[in-house]
Design a protein around this ligand. Structure first.
Ligand SMILES: [Mn+2]
Length: 327
């Protein structure tokens, strides 16, 4: 497995910290930069990372896709942009595209950003009743059926291009994994929905971002879910939550209900050797809100998470496999 972190497209303290942690693989998010999917932006970004000792292996961002999701006029232009992104990534050897489908009515809604954890560290949480207080979203009329049709249309357009470009699509769950939110159905909310979506256009290039916290919220046995998706996992988000899809708190990586060593063993057993990054972390003492590092993306909790992950990975890799132990 390849430990990595999400970084902005230009060097700052986060790049330096990643270097100091011994990380040499980068995941980029463009944090609102314009037209970042164009070749000239991507090539400069790829080379900027390279000049700082990083291989840029993952794009975790998405061009606008609202018309695509809703099946509205203009979706083909949006899809053409995604195809262009995939071709550019293929050209530049950026291997993994982490994407989300629904992202309506808002990206990753949280209803609290200052829930106290140990020592006064602060975390985010979600309460569905608070969310629903906003009332129905303007697109609340769309049906689940229509969304499935629109997803099929998208996959049939996109998966062949990913195959041609040699890019691995890695679908991230809808976070929180609950449907509907403010009247808009969400599709990617269970292990079964992932299996259905992978079947809609099977391909070695069409796989999953295994965001552990979402699978924990779904009530899945997380290591078993890893076993089930196995070869289809292209990217991992390492985090945990306590609660259910309609009411949860994001925990410290070492303090949630999931057996995190068992998840590392499951990736080992699945032969997963792709990128894995810590996902949302609590905010620690002295960490003020930073515009581009909204809740969940502060530095110090991430340092802790990376160290913890490395320890677990070493342990999982050193263990004799179950088969060896039985012999
Ligand atoms: Mn995630």
């Amino acid at each position: 497995m390849d430990t990595t972190v999400m970084l902005p497209p230009r060097p700052d303290r986060r790049w330096t910290l990643a270097q100091q942690l011994g990380i040499d693989t980068a995941v980029v998010r463009f944090w609102g930069e314009e037209e970042w999917w164009e070749y000239d932006t991507l090539v400069r970004t790829k080379n900027r990372f390279k000049d700082h000792g990083f291989s840029l292996d993952v794009v975790e961002d998405r061009p606008p896709m609202e018309k695509t999701v809703l099946g509205k006029e203009g979706r083909d232009e949006e899809i053409a942009t995604v195809k262009q992104l995939l071709r550019n990534m293929g050209e530049l050897g950026i291997e993994v595209y982490c994407w989300v489908w629904t992202e309506l009515p808002v990206g990753v809604p949280r209803t609290s950003d200052s829930i106290p954890l140990r020592g006064g560290s602060l975390t985010t949480g979600y309460d569905h009743r608070d969310m629903e207080g906003a009332g129905p979203h303007p697109e609340a009329g769309i049906t689940e059926e229509e969304l499935w049709d629109n997803l099929q249309y998208f996959l049939d357009e996109i998966v062949p291009v990913a195959e041609e470009a040699g890019v691995k699509l890695a679908l991230h769950p809808d976070d929180p994994p609950i449907s509907p939110v403010r009247g808009v159905p969400r599709l990617v909310t269970s292990l079964e929905s992932f299996e259905r979506i992978l079947e809609m256009h099977p391909s070695p290039n069409h796989g999953v971002t295994f965001c552990q916290g979402n699978f924990a919220a779904m009530g899945e046995d997380v290591p078993e879910a890893i076993d089930r998706l196995a070869d289809d996992i292209h990217f991992v988000h390492f985090r945990d939550v306590e609660g259910t899809p309609d009411s949860f708190v994001e925990t410290w990586q070492d303090e949630g209900p999931t057996d995190m060593l068992a998840t590392m063993r499951a990736y080992e057993a699945a032969g997963f050797d792709g990128p894995i990054r810590p996902d949302h972390v609590p905010k620690m003492a002295g960490e003020d809100d930073r515009e581009e590092a909204h809740a969940g993306y502060t530095d110090m909790g991430r340092l802790f998470a990376v160290g913890y992950m490395k320890g677990l990975m070493e342990q999982a890799a050193d263990e004799p496999s179950l088969d060896d132990r039985r012999n």
